[in-house]
Design a protein around this ligand. Structure first.
Ligand SMILES: [Zn+2]
Ligand SMILES: [Zn+2]
Length: 119
């Protein structure tokens, strides 16, 4: 493949934005990828920023859901366990702990399922 702008010169890479071949004179680095010098440097930079940001965001949102799932799961299990353990002595109050624990476990599962969408 040869340079799109200089058909006599061999291409050293491809512009990320327009996919054209570039010789060493025409190739510019924009965020670790090649771009047409003075033509698509700005566009490539925007493109890279956009993809990097959306990747970063979905990863972060996913991990927040997973962290919430772990938290709710642990607290929910603790409440439910405490309620079951105290059921004989506390009766209705213990049942409330169990109900709260179940609710938190449900929230943990909902968060886990939501977080899996982002993986
Ligand atoms: Zn280009
Ligand atoms: Zn060229």
């Amino acid at each position: 493949m040869n340079c799109f702008y200089h058909p006599a010169d061999p291409a050293v890479g491809i512009c990320k934005y327009c996919q054209r071949g570039l010789c060493s004179d025409c190739a510019a680095m924009a965020d670790d990828v090649l771009a047409c010098k003075n033509r698509h440097e700005e566009e490539t930079h925007k493109l890279e920023k956009l993809t990097a940001r959306s990747l970063f965001q979905s990863e972060r949102v996913g991990s927040v859901y997973m962290r919430n799932a772990t938290f709710y799961g642990l607290v929910g299990a603790a409440f439910a366990g405490f309620g079951l353990w105290q059921l004989k002595w506390l009766g209705l109050q213990a049942a409330l702990f169990i109900a709260l624990g179940m609710f938190l476990l449900y929230a943990a599962i909902a968060n886990y399922l939501e977080g899996r969408k982002y993986k």
